[in-house]
Design a protein around this ligand. Structure first.
Ligand code: FCB
Length: 487
């Protein structure tokens, strides 16, 4: 990836609205390590990562960023960064080692300490109840294919609401249900690693039911002024020719609306193929009302769009990949398309479009970008700096697009950069670095990258500097003097 401007006006700084929430985020399994400390039970990611062939190079989260033991270091870098909010998730199996029953107080205390100390440092804690690390004991009983798992998650939420409700006023029920269902149960590329369409369809309904029950539990246990919503990852599907429009629409239904419509319309989309929908028999009276109960905001994770066009599967061109289930159609990325090391195209304009669409779709509900970020091949220079100019360019482009969306009238209330620090990137292991801080995994040392100085400055001032100021043609590269200290 190179440093390319996506701004239409290189000289224009963008000022964000008063009260716009600036944050960064992580998730439990990706950073905590300490997998046997203080009575933590096993999660599906412990088991999946320790199964040969599942994760790049055999990496696992046993140690990760060791955040469980480095709470003070993490608080320090969050504070130094200058953000107003920090999004983290709860490892269910620390709080309830087997996913139900008695509370493991030591595990719960860790999150209480984290929330309290964030607040003492002037940072708002934002808690995700479920970010993919299901207790293995629940998976052994069928995981998300089993309706009971949703009830168990509601129990967890009751515990968390009662224990953390006085400290936490923004909650995310679930993170990206699509990935749990699709990668966890359909393609097997995430834990629990199953490839079964029927189980996936059941998981789809049950994880949404889990969202509805968690919402209800948090409403019961937290006070007025608390805001609660889910985080989704509705990647845009863009047809590049007229013949592909129907395919793009079906993909949008099967990957996006199948999660959004139940929550915002109390129904499953008609445009999805029947085999991609939960069977009627699983949907009980009252389920859709529970799933579709009013939310306070919609969390949106945006990384990339998908471009679809006609293409011959027996004679694939450069940049083409078959769209599974749709012979004659391909995902396409032009060879000259700018992309990250994940091979994801960098298209900030698509974020503006997506936000506009979601604003209309949700009737103006507050939207938060709960994740956006890029992996890059970062390294420590001989001078000790991590000069991740590509990440600065990526952030610049996407914040510029976010500012455009706000100017269009979108009710965008905040932005959380993914991620605070390099971490365990699921099946990619430690190879993919998404952090504003570089983590030297051998020692656990956290070193701010140039992007930490840049993003922190945007967060502190509420202003995105112009492209010209960020990358001056003559003069020092950005934030050379503002990068905070390593820990
Ligand atoms: C999202 C996940 C997050 C991280 C980023 C890169 O899908 O929610 O944990 O892995 O992708």
């Amino acid at each position: 990836m190179s440093v390319i401007s996506h701004s239409s006006d290189l000289m224009r700084a963008r000022r964000f609205p008063e009260g716009f929430l600036w944050g960064t985020g992580t998730s439990s399994y990706q950073i905590e390590g300490a997998v046997t400390a203080d009575g933590r039970g096993r999660s599906i990611w412990d088991v999946y990562a320790h199964t040969r062939g599942n994760v790049f190079r055999g990496d696992n989260g046993d140690i990760a960023c060791d955040s469980y033991n480095r709470l003070q270091d993490d608080l320090r870098i969050i504070k130094d960064l200058g953000v107003g909010a920090y999004r983290f998730s709860v490892a269910w199996s620390r709080v309830q080692p087997t996913g139900s029953g008695a509370v493991n107080q030591a595990g719960l205390d860790y999150y209480r300490r984290l929330a309290e100390q964030l607040r003492e440092n002037g940072v708002q804690p934002v808690v995700t109840v479920y970010h993919w690390d299901l207790p293995q004991a629940l998976e052994d009983q069928g995981g998300w294919a089993n309706r009971d798992t949703a009830q168990r998650m509601a129990e967890l939420a009751l515990i968390l609401g009662a224990e953390l409700g006085d400290q936490v006023s923004m909650w995310i029920t679930i993170n990206e249900p699509l990935q749990t269902v699709h990668q966890g149960y359909r393609t097997g590329t995430h834990a629990p690693g199953l490839c079964d369409d029927a189980l996936a369809a059941a998981a789809n309904h049950h994880i949404l039911l889990g969202h509805g029950l968690v919402l209800q539990a948090l409403r019961q246990t937290t006070g007025a002024g608390t805001v609660i919503g889910p985080t989704m990852d509705p990647d845009p599907y863009v047809a590049l020719d007229a013949e592909s429009e129907a395919v793009a629409e079906t993909l949008d239904a099967e990957f996006n609306l199948v999660y959004l419509d139940p929550v915002l319309r109390q129904r499953y989309p008609e445009s999805a193929r029947p085999e991609m929908l939960p069977p009627e028999a699983l949907i009980r009276d009252g389920d859709m009302e529970l799933i579709g109960a009013p939310i306070d905001f919609l969390g949106v994770n945006y990384y990339r769009p998908h471009h679809i066009r006609r293409g011959d599967w027996s004679d694939l061109r450069i940049g083409e990949e078959p769209v599974p289930g749709f012979p004659g159609f391909v995902h396409y990325q032009a060879p000259e398309q700018e992309r990250t090391v994940m091979d994801w195209p960098v298209v900030p304009a698509s974020l503006r479009d997506l936000l506009g669409r979601l604003h209309a779709y949700t009737d103006g509900l507050p939207l938060y970008i709960t994740e956006n970020g890029c992996a890059a091949d970062d390294y420590v220079s001989p001078g000790g700096t991590i000069d991740d100019y590509e990440r600065i360019a990526y952030i610049h482009g996407h914040l510029d697009a976010a500012a455009d969306a706000i100017a269009d009238g979108v009710n965008l209330a905040g932005y959380f950069h993914w991620s605070l620090m390099d971490n365990f990137e699921w099946s990619h292991g430690y190879r993919r670095r998404f952090g504003l801080h570089y983590v030297e995994f051998e020692t656990g040392r956290r070193v701010p990258k140039r992007s930490a100085g840049f993003y922190g400055n945007v967060a502190r001032t509420g202003t995105l500097p112009s492209w010209e100021e960020t990358f001056p043609l003559d003069g020092p590269m950005p934030s050379a003097s503002t990068t905070p200290a390593a820990v």
